[in-house]
Design a protein around this ligand. Structure first.
Ligand code: SF4
Length: 447
């Protein structure tokens, strides 16, 4: 059972030394209780208190790392039921399924295509992370060979899917360096599979035919100190699978039920007859609350939509995505290139810079810190006022880079023209388009 802030406070040194970053031990205790702080931040907790607190302050849904390299993912670790309560932390990992009897050439081709599905968006590279390799026929050598090939020749990490111990052992042996997820321990193979996972220190999926069926197995593993657990409630009916996800999340967070406090794996590929429907289901499970989502295939048009949804859901709703206040050269601008200004809301920046890039007109883009607000909102909130903008242009150093002192401001901020001109008497202010898509035509006609 989780401890309250006061119970945690009683176990702390109570010296208010502030080394943890909190102003008092009580504030730190409250942060710990609400999952906003890590116990390690206090260097003075006694070993005895640490033991009591470690279990109590562990996240209600344990984080589990899967894989190695650029596509490694931590799943789970969530602390709230609804995103608006705080934020969701660890994005759903997306897996594409491959069967172990797939022809080698076909596998190479598939990995090549999947590997190319990487999309740049607001400064992030969006891509799927996992290949779920399914044992097609109990052939341990074939399964291990495919696992080795995927592990060694691609960035993808692995879910190894077999309930046959010999098959699983063979694959673990050749690809454990990539920290694959073992899928799955069931009531029939539990002892062998949990021993294999522990021996190799690999994450393990526990699969049952109901939420209740999971608990005995997860409790046993937890008592033995093994926590790298992912759970599969076994439901392949859409309604039941959705209910399971909600109930598991609710039980872990609201009832402090540690037995289900683990990331979940869901299988849209086993609930739909085509990729469109799978994509629809995957979008539901990204929102509620699948930690790993297994698809039968990836196609760029459906994968992009899922990656974008995932990006939006797993960002902090209270903190807009921003870029750093700076001068951004686009397309090798020189001293005669136009100078534009916008705000540091990441989406605004990437749309505006993308349109300038698309125009093929080299330009300087000034990005002013508006605490992540878009142009119109920043202007309305007084964070994109004329004097502020003028001051920024003066101090950013753009005047040393250009001969022509003309500043192009967004059309939505036209009313600050006079204030900027007062602040920057050497500059001409030109009002640009209101909408970024009109920038290419605007820039081209000025050449
Ligand atoms: Fe208290 Fe520890 Fe924080 Fe110091 S570091 S204020 S002792 S909780």
């Amino acid at each position: 059972m989780a401890l309250t802030g006061i119970q945690i406070f009683k176990l702390l040194p109570q010296t208010n030394c502030k080394e943890c970053g909190a102003p008092t031990c009580l504030a730190f205790a409250m942060n710990l209780a609400s999952g906003k702080a890590e116990l390690d931040a206090c260097p003075y907790v006694s070993d005895e208190a640490r033991e009591q607190l470690a279990e109590a302050s562990a996240p209600p849904i344990l984080p589990v790392q899967i894989g190695k390299g650029v596509r490694a993912r931590t799943v789970g670790g969530e602390t709230v039921q609804y995103r608006h309560e705080k934020t969701f932390f660890n994005p759903t990992a997306l897996a594409g399924k491959i069967k172990s009897d797939m022809d080698d050439k076909e596998l190479d081709q598939k990995l090549k295509v999947w590997n190319a599905f990487q999309f740049e968006r607001v400064g992030f590279t969006l891509r799927p992370e996992l290949v779920a390799l399914e044992d097609a026929n109990g052939d341990a050598d074939a399964f291990a060979a495919k696992a080795k090939k995927i592990a060694e020749n691609s960035e993808f990490n692995l879910i190894l899917m077999s309930e046959n111990l010999d098959v699983m052992k063979a694959a673990v042996e050749v690809c454990k360096f990539k920290n694959p997820l073992i899928y799955a321990a069931t009531k029939d193979n539990f002892d062998d599979f949990s021993a294999l996972a522990k021996e190799n220190d690999l994450p393990l999926t526990i699969k049952a035919d109901s939420v209740e069926g999971l608990m005995e197995m997860t409790d046993k593993l937890r008592d033995e100190g093994f926590k790298k657990i992912v759970i599969d409630s076994g439901s392949r009916d859409v309604k039941k699978a959705y209910e399971d996800q909600v109930n598991i999340r609710r039980a872990a967070l609201k009832k402090s039920n540690r037995s289900v406090g683990y990331p979940t794996i869901v299988f849209p590929c086993e609930m739909a007859s085509n990729l469109d429907m799978e994509t629809l289901l995957a979008s539901m499970f990204i929102a509620k609350y699948g930690a790993i989502c297994v698809m039968s295939d990836f196609a760029s048009e459906s994968l992009f939509a899922l990656l974008l949804e995932r990006l939006n859901i797993f960002t902090d709703p209270q903190r807009p995505m921003t870029v750093v206040e700076d001068i951004y050269p686009i397309g090798n601008p020189d001293e005669n290139s136009p100078v534009l200004i916008t705000t540091n809301f990441a989406l605004t920046y990437f749309i505006v810079s993308g349109e300038i890039e698309g125009s093929k007109v080299p330009a300087w883009l000034l990005v002013k810190d508006t605490e992540g607000l878009s142009v119109l909102t920043a202007w309305a909130a007084g964070k994109f006022a004329g004097d502020d903008v003028g001051m920024f242009v003066k101090k950013c150093g753009i005047a040393d880079k250009v001969k022509n002192k003309e500043l192009i401001i967004p059309g939505y901020a036209a009313s600050i023209t006079g204030e900027i001109e007062e602040e920057l008497p050497d500059w001409t202010v030109t009002v640009g388009p209101r909408e970024a898509p009109h920038l290419p035509a605007f820039l081209k006609q000025r050449q």
